[in-house]
Design a protein around this ligand. Structure first.
Ligand SMILES: [Zn+2]
Length: 154
């Protein structure tokens, strides 16, 4: 029979360093996640699920976030991805589509209308296809890393 020894507090969960300014505090919405098993921010984000429970939907529209999670009630008011998704869509989508267009031009030298017919719709598809997963990913990472603006205790 194995005997259980008390583990030191520093083992297992990494300790969060105390905030340097004592008046700064984290909002309640992002700190009350003790009852839920940890979720991969990558999968919950890419699949558009709630970053806390991994079950509920994070989006109410195509890229509109829901007000709360329909399963666990997580308040999504903390989420502010800002221009982050658009930046990553521009960089990743531009790299993919422009790379494909250059390769096509250098390999086949097609007439210009072929580029228009292929790469204009492809640009729209790639950008719209990346937008929602990237926004979900950024919101999940924001939740996971408790990234938010500092607030003064009033
Ligand atoms: Zn949830």
């Amino acid at each position: 029979m194995l005997e259980e020894f008390p583990r030191p507090a520093s083992e297992g969960v990494a300790e969060v360093p105390p905030l340097l300014i004592p008046n700064l505090q984290r909002s309640e919405a992002m700190s009350s996640n003790a009852d839920y098993p940890p979720q991969s921010p990558y999968w919950t984000g890419i699949l558009g699920r709630c970053p806390r429970c991994g079950q509920g939907k994070a989006f109410s529209g195509f890229i509109d976030l829901a007000k709360t999670c329909d399963k666990c009630g997580l308040d999504f008011s903390f989420a502010d991805a800002g221009d982050g998704p658009a930046v990553f869509v521009s960089l990743i989508g531009g790299f993919l589509v422009l790379g494909a267009a250059l390769w096509t031009e250098l390999t086949f030298e097609p007439p210009f209308w072929v580029h228009l017919v292929i790469f204009l719709p492809l640009t729209v598809i790639v950008c719209l296809g990346l937008l929602r997963p990237l926004k979900g990913l950024l919101v999940s990472l924001q939740y996971r890393n408790k990234a938010e603006q500092g607030r003064l205790k009033s």
